[in-house]
Structure formats: structure tokens, C-alpha cells
Design a protein around this ligand. Structure first.
Ligand code: R5P
Length: 297
């Protein structure tokens, strides 16, 4: 029997594309909230002995987790053969150590939690910094897909003579890979973070880049401070406002407006999180992964 794909609220658009691109059938469920805010879950499809995919991207995770837990456990109780979570954005990856005594290392705790709920997780460019592999913290099967080919394709078709700029050491893994594939120069800056919204980015003088279009590439745009700080320093050097590419459009609060106010107009992201800046479509990456896995099953 074909696998079932359930799309959580807010994931319908990507879910529709996955249904069109794969042999999955749309799973039916009622997912809603009671008036008091508690979660209601009812599975309407027959899931016994079927492979089940659950599409639920995990930005603002605390709002979603109870419903996801009830859903995954109910599917398992009803005899699904496997439950695979498709989480294009994987949350809680940045607190990967106790920076101060007593702090929770939430990347590890979150991994332990999810590992008890589903059989496998598929995600796109998780923030791997001190952990080099999800297998270091997840006890279940994990698969990591990469948005790099989408970004390379965009650069090759839309940007004249790009120079890629990674704002911090962590970004080197993405920036170096994309630059190599796209055949363009890159540089990686130094960033120090002093608080949630306070970052200092050091931009060395790089006159050789003045003839290029600066493209900032980062995995996450959250408060936007990293992008804004970098753009400000570039401007001080007479370098024009950069094109900003983020894989995950977290955009906390008024981040997008603040980036616009800082003179950054060209901002684009992938649709791992639905957002008005989405220009790069990850549905092909996920669909290919599902098709390959089902072909091998
Ligand atoms: C952290 O190191 C990430 O790679 C991003 O640089 C960071 O999450 C961006 O956050 P913000 O937009 O709040 O500066």
C-alpha cells in the first residue's frame, strides 16, 4: 500500500507539493485546539501496516510539540509500520552546550524527546556546530538534506559576479560548499554574540570584492542582527547592500522590517518555514528522499 503523508497545520503548501511529486496518499486527520488551548487529535485514515510520513516543520516548536506527540503516539498505537517525521527546520539546535553553569543543553534534551516519539527524522541543513552529526544526539535514524544545490542554481541564474560572505565560523561549511559548486570567491567573517539581539561582526577590508555582488549566506535568519551588522560594516567600506540568503526563515518578531530599515532589500529563503521571503523550493529534495526510500523498502 502507498505510504501516507499527513501535513500538520501550516505545512499544507509544501505537503501538497510532496503529494504531487511522490507516490504518497494524503493522510486524513483532525488536528485542532479545544477552546482552552489543549490539543485535539483524531486520525481518520487507516494507518495499520502503512509507512506514515508526518510533515511538521519545527519553528516555534513549543506551540506544536504536544499535538505532534499525541499524533505520533496515536499513529503508533493504531499499528503504523513506521512513523517518519519530515521536519524541514529542526529546532533547538543552537543551544548545543551549557554556555553558563546550570543551563539546559536543549539540543540534546530535544533530541532525546523526539527520539522517543518517531522512528526516523528527515531535515534540511540542521544547525550542526559543536555536534557534527545528528546521530551524536538522536537515537533514531536521521537523514540530513542540503539546500546548497538550490542556492547555487539561484546564484548562477540571478546574481552577477557573486562573492559569498559567511558571517561566522559555523557558516563556513555552507558557504565554502556553495562557493565551490558555484565557482565564486568567498570569505568567512568573525562573529561574537553578546546576547539574543546583540552581535558584533568583524569585516576585514577586502577591496578585491568591490567588483562583485556581495551575498550573505547563513543557515538561519532569526532576529536578523547577524545580517544587519554585517551589512552595516560592508556599507562603511563602500560595499553595496548585500543579497541575503538564509536557509531557514525563522524571522523573530519584526526582524524582516528591521532588515529592510537597515537598507537590505534583497532577502530570500527556502520554504523550510513558510514565509514571504521564500524563493527556493525544497519540495524536490524531500520528494526525492521519500521516493528513494520507498523504492528501497
Ligand atoms: C548561528 O550561529 C546561526 O548560524 C545564525 O547565524 C544565527 O542563528 C542568526 O541569528 P540572528 O538572525 O538572530 O542574528
Amino acid at each position: 500500500m502507498e505510504p501516507l503523508l499527513f501535513s500538520f497545520p501550516g505545512n499544507e503548501e509544501l505537503g501538497k507539493q510532496l503529494l504531487e511529486r511522490t507516490g504518497c496518499t494524503a493522510g486524513k486527520a483532525t488536528l485542532r485546539r479545544f477552546p482552552d488551548g489543549e490539543s485535539y487529535v483524531r486520525i481518520l485514515s487507516e494507518v495499520r501496516d502503512r509507512a506514515v510520513y508526518v510533515l511538521c516543520t519545527l519553528h516555534q516548536p513549543d506551540d506544536k510539540l504536544m499535538m505532534l506527540y499525541f499524533f505520533a503516539k496515536t499513529i503508533q498505537q493504531q499499528g503504523a509500520r513506521s512513523v517518519t517525521l519530515l521536519a524541514p527546520y529542526l529546532a533547538y539546535m543552537r543551544q548545543d552546550k551549557a554556555f553558563h553553569p546550570g543551563e539546559a543543553v536543549t539540543s540534546d534534551l530535544f533530541a532525546q524527546l523526539l527520539s522517543g516519539w518517531v522512528d526516523a527524522i528527515v531535515t534540511i541543513d540542521p544547525h550542526l556546530h559543536r555536534h557534527h552529526d545528528l546521530a551524536e544526539i538522536y537515537r533514531i535514524s536521521t537523514s540530513v538534506l542540503h539546500a546548497a544545490p538550490l542556492i547555487v542554481d539561484y546564484l548562477q541564474h540571478h546574481i552577477n559576479r557573486p562573492v559569498l560572505i559567511g558571517p561566522d565560523a559555523e557558516s563556513k561549511q555552507w558557504v565554502a560548499d556553495i562557493a565551490t559548486r558555484a565557482g565564486c570567491p568567498f570569505t568567512v567573517l568573525r562573529k561574537e554574540r553578546y546576547g539574543d539581539r546583540e552581535v558584533k561582526v568583524t569585516v576585514p577590508d577586502a577591496p578585491q570584492f568591490r567588483q562583485h555582488t556581495p551575498v550573505l549566506v547563513d543557515d538561519i535568519i532569526s532576529t536578523g542582527r547577524t545580517m544587519i551588522e554585517t551589512a552595516n560594516h560592508l556599507r562603511e567600506q563602500g560595499i553595496p547592500a548585500p543579497v541575503c540568503i538564509g536557509v531557514h526563515a525563522v524571522f523573530a518578531g519584526t526582524a524582516l522590517e528591521e532588515m529592510h530599515q537597515a537598507g537590505i532589500q534583497s532577502i530570500l529563503t527556502t520554504n523550510t518555514i513558510p514565509h514571504q521571503t521564500n524563493e527556493l523550493d525544497v519540495s524536490g529534495l524531500l520528494a526525492d528522499w521519500i521516493e528513494e526510500r520507498e523504492g528501497a523498502a
